[in-house]
Design a protein around this ligand. Structure first.
Ligand SMILES: C[S@@+](CC[C@H](N)C(=O)[O-])C[C@H]1O[C@@H](n2cnc3c(N)ncnc32)[C@H](O)[C@@H]1O
Length: 418
C-alpha cells in the first residue's frame, strides 16, 4: 500500500513539476515570461532566461556561480515557476528548454535561445573591447540596463582594466534594481557599488546631459550597449540616442544593439505592401550585409578600429540587390505573434530596422557598420557546443534563434560629428 502511495506521489509530482510548467511554457510562454503587464517585466524576462543559462554547460551557458545574481532580480511568482524546474537535473532542464523553445506551437519560438546567443555575443564584444582598449582607457555604458547582471558578472574584468561603468535606465526600474541588489546577501557590494547609475528616458530626455553630469568623460573610448531596448523606443528616441552617442564620443566608440526586423512590425500593423516570397523555404536564413571585424576591420597601432573601405564598398552592391527581400512565412508568422504578445503586455514594439538596408539606415544617422549578425550567424557563432573530439556534441548548433531579431555593432563615421 505504502508503495502505491509513493507511486501516486511521484506521478503527481512529475505532472505538476515537469509536465505542467513545460506545457505552459510551450503553448503560452507569455503567461510566464510576461506576467505583469508592467514595463519592468520584460527586463525580468531576460533575467529569467539568463537564470536558465546557469544550467547550461559552459562555455555555452553561464557560470552557475552567477545564479545568485539572477535570483536577486527575480519576481516571487516567476521564482516559484523556476524553482519547480530547478528541481530537475541540469541536462533534463536544458533538454526541456530546448524542446519547448523549438516547439512549433510556441508563440515565441526560438526566443529563449536568441536571448542566450545575444548574451554571449555581447559578452564577447565587451570582453574583447575592454581588453583591446587596455588599462584605464575605456568606458562602458549600458543603455536600458534593466536587470542585466553583466556589469557585476564582469566586475573582476572591468575593475582590473579600470573601466568606468554606467548603467542607464528609467528611474523606477533602476531604483528597484538597486533595492534588490542591496537586499541580496549573496552579491558583494564591491561588485556593484562602483557602477554609476544614471536615469533617463531615451524618448524624452537627453542622455548626453545625464551621462555628463555623472562624470562620463567625453571623447574617451566607450563601449555602448543597447540590448533588448531599441524595439521599445520611438523612431525619434532611437535617432536621439544615436545622436547623443555621436556627440559624446564621435571618434572612438562602438554601439552594439539588437533590433527587430521592421518588416514584421509593418506586417503586424497590417501594411499591404509586403508580399509573400514565391517559394518561402520555412526557416531559411536571410543573409545580411556583413562588414565584419575579420573581413572589413583592422586595428591601427593606437588600437582604434578602422573600416576597410574597399571591402565595405564591394559589399554595397550585394546589399542593394537584397534590399527588397520579402519576409519569409516563418518570419512573418512568429514576428507578428511576438509583436502581438508585447502589445498585449503594454510594451508595444514601436521601432525596427530593415536588415537588408541597415547600412543605408545607419548612414542616415552618420554611422557605419562594424559587424552585423543575422539569426543564423548568431546561432553559428554563439549557440554551438564546443568543438573537439572529447565533446559529445562537438561543434553542433544547440538551437536556432528566432528569425526576426538581428544584432549589430556600429560606430560614428569619422568626421561626421554634430
Ligand atoms: C527588455 S529590457 C532589457 C534590459 C537589459 N538591457 C537586458 O538585456 O537585460 C528593456 C529595458 O529598456 C528600458 N527602456 C525601455 N524604454 C526605455 C526608454 N524610453 N528610456 C530608457 N529606458 C527604456 C526598460 O526600462 C528595460 O529595462
Amino acid at each position: 500500500m505504502a508503495l502505491l502511495w509513493w507511486e501516486i506521489f511521484i506521478v503527481v509530482f512529475f505532472v505538476l513539476a515537469v509536465l505542467l510548467p513545460a506545457a505552459v511554457i510551450a503553448f503560452k510562454p507569455q503567461w510566464v515570461f510576461f506576467s505583469r503587464g508592467a514595463k519592468k517585466s520584460n527586463a525580468e524576462t531576460i533575467n529569467l532566461v539568463r537564470t536558465f543559462m546557469t544550467h547550461y554547460s559552459l562555455p555555452l551557458g553561464m557560470d552557475p556561480l552567477h545564479r545568485q545574481l539572477c535570483l536577486a532580480f527575480m519576481d516571487p511568482f516567476v521564482k516559484t515557476v523556476y524553482s519547480l524546474f530547478a528541481i530537475l537535473p541540469d541536462p533534463w532542464m536544458v533538454a526541456i528548454c530546448r524542446a519547448v523553445d523549438a516547439f512549433p506551437g510556441n508563440t515565441l519560438r526560438y526566443i529563449l535561445h536568441a536571448i542566450i546567443g545575444r548574451t554571449h555575443l555581447i559578452d564577447h564584444v565587451v570582453t574583447e573591447g575592454i581588453k583591446r582598449a587596455g588599462l584605464g582607457r575605456c568606458q562602458w555604458v549600458l543603455l536600458g540596463a534593466g536587470y542585466d547582471n553583466r556589469t557585476y558578472r564582469m566586475a573582476p574584468l572591468r575593475q582590473a582594466y579600470q573601466v568606468a561603468t554606467f548603467e542607464v535606465d528609467q528611474e523606477p526600474l533602476q531604483q528597484d534594481k538597486l533595492r534588490r541588489l542591496r537586499k541580496c546577501a549573496a552579491v558583494p557590494p564591491s561588485a556593484y557599488e562602483d557602477v554609476k547609475y544614471v536615469t533617463c528616458n531615451f524618448n524624452t530626455e537627453r542622455v548626453q546631459d545625464v551621462l555628463l553630469s555623472a562624470n562620463y568623460q567625453p571623447g574617451k573610448r566607450t563601449i555602448f550597449l543597447l540590448e533588448g531596448v531599441s524595439m521599445y523606443l520611438t523612431k525619434e528616441g532611437f535617432a536621439q540616442t544615436l545622436a547623443a552617442i555621436k556627440e559624446l564620443c564621435p571618434d572612438d566608440c562602438t554601439l552594439t544593439f539588437d533590433y527587430v526586423d521592421e518588416r514584421v512590425i509593418n506586417a503586424y500593423n497590417g501594411r499591404t505592401d509586403i508580399v509573400d516570397p514565391p517559394t518561402p523555404p520555412l526557416g531559411s536564413p536571410r543573409s545580411v550585409e556583413s562588414t565584419t571585424l575579420d573581413e572589413g576591420m583592422s586595428d591601427c597601432e593606437e588600437g582604434a578600429m578602422v573600416v576597410d573601405k574597399k571591402t565595405a564598398a564591394s559589399k554595397k552592391e550585394e546589399v542593394a540587390s537584397r534590399a527588397s527581400t520579402p519576409l519569409t512565412a516563418e518570419e512573418r508568422r512568429y514576428g507578428v505573434q511576438y509583436c502581438s504578445v508585447l502589445e498585449r503586455n503594454q510594451t508595444p514594439v514601436t521601432f525596427g530596422l530593415d536588415p537588408s538596408r541597415l547600412e543605408t539606415q545607419m548612414a542616415e544617422h552618420g554611422y557605419e557598420i562594424v559587424q552585423h549578425w543575422s539569426p543564423d550567424e548568431l546561432a553559428q557563432q554563439f549557440l554551438k557546443w564546443p568543438g573537439g573530439k572529447e565533446s559529445k556534441h562537438g561543434g553542433e548548433i544547440v538551437s536556432r534563434a528566432c528569425t526576426y531579431f538581428y544584432y549589430c555593432t556600429v560606430r560614428p563615421v569619422r568626421g561626421s560629428a554634430v
